[in-house]
Design a protein around this ligand. Structure first.
Ligand SMILES: O=C(O)CCC(=O)C(=O)O
Length: 329
């Protein structure tokens, strides 16, 4: 493929991002006064793949006033839970040329909660974040304090959520930028969550690399080793940190239009499928998300097509850089 053909493809991807911004996206996430009807949810948001926030959407749930460390310790202190442990707060992120997953530890809920206390001497950053519907499995005794699904979403989407996940952790725990194939209804119970969002139409600006998989493992000296996982192979992952992007290395990202939003206790975000998101939080923030599997329809098809075009452009850029490097050495 010639340089000018690659430039044409890049220009198409650029136009895609700009047209989506002009046609239906906003600079901020729209805030609704009340939950949408199932029809409004489907017609105005799911089908156009556009997010919204409802302030205090779940303020009436008993969880909002009940769930705090004391209550969780009293009711669940002896319960075994899966906790993600990392040296730096980044689970599922790039470190030292690897895509590194957290060390997954089974521990008592009470011991996990102790790691969040101010005087904790625990080594590493602990995040209860297992995305296997841990609310309905490991923590099912908390279910009476919340809804087990979001009724208008269930009706609109014609299915129940695949997973309801419980998130609680350290303020240093960061979820690096990624996307999911779920329609996500994200609710904060206590504390604050900060989201950086990018629609899938901005894919051109988002740099990816392929990294061999690894996991963290704490050694006898209390250091975290990065242990390669050759059985998993390589994982494509986003290389840029949207909060402090290295624009020298990833100049395209400078043109991306990220949308930031913060959710407080009681708030709900509709995070549409395939949107890139980076998440951080206040210390001890508790949240739940309802993951409804997306429809693998033409929208998904188009996204995969766009992604493939982006991969071709990146492949050519890398190949050109290699040639340039070879020529100058
Ligand atoms: O709360 C977080 O740390 C991450 C949430 C997330 O990635 C998701 O809801 O898909």
């Amino acid at each position: 493929m010639s340089d000018s053909e690659v430039r044409d493809l890049n220009a198409c991807l650029h136009t895609l991002a700009i047209e989506a911004r002009e046609l239906y996206l906003h600079d901020t996430v729209p805030v609704l006064d009340a939950p949408p009807s199932p029809l409004q949810f489907y017609r105005d948001y799911v089908s156009s793949n556009a997010p919204f926030i409802i302030r205090n959407a779940v303020g009436h749930w008993p969880a909002i006033t009940k769930w705090n460390n004391k209550f969780l310790k009293e009711t669940l202190g002896d319960k075994q839970v899966s906790v993600a442990v990392t040296p730096n707060g980044y689970a599922d992120a790039i470190n030292d040329g690897y895509f590194v997953m957290p060390e997954e530890r089974q521990m008592k809920m009470g011991d996990f909660l102790d790691t969040l206390s101010e005087d904790s001497s625990s080594n590493g950053v602990f995040y209860l974040q297992k995305q296997n519907s841990n609310l309905t499995t490991e923590l099912s005794c908390l279910m009476p304090d919340v809804d087990d699904h979001i009724s208008w979403a269930t009706e609109a989407l014609g299915k129940l959520p695949d997973a309801v996940n419980f998130w609680l952790g350290d303020k240093r725990a960061i979820t690096s930028m990624h996307k999911d194939h779920y329609e996500n209804l994200y609710c904060v119970i206590s504390g604050e969550k900060h989201f950086t969002l990018l629609p899938p139409t901005e894919t051109y600006f988002v740099p990816y690399g392929d990294f061999p998989a690894a996991v963290y493992k704490e050694n006898s000296k209390g250091e975290f080793d990065i242990v390669p996982q050759p059985d998993i192979g390589t994982v494509p992952w986003i290389t840029v940190d949207p909060l402090s992007p290295n624009l020298k290395k990833y100049p395209e990202f400078g043109q991306a239009r990220a949308i930031n939003c913060t959710l407080k206790a009681g708030d709900m975000l509709y995070l549409p499928s395939l949107w890139f998101h980076h998440v951080h939080q206040s210390h001890g923030c508790i949240a739940l998300n309802y993951w409804y599997d997306m429809e693998f329809d033409i929208k998904y098809n188009y996204f995969k097509f766009t992604e493939s075009i982006g991969d071709i452009c990146r492949y050519h850029k890398k190949a050109k850089e290699k040639i340039k490097k070879k020529e100058s050495s």
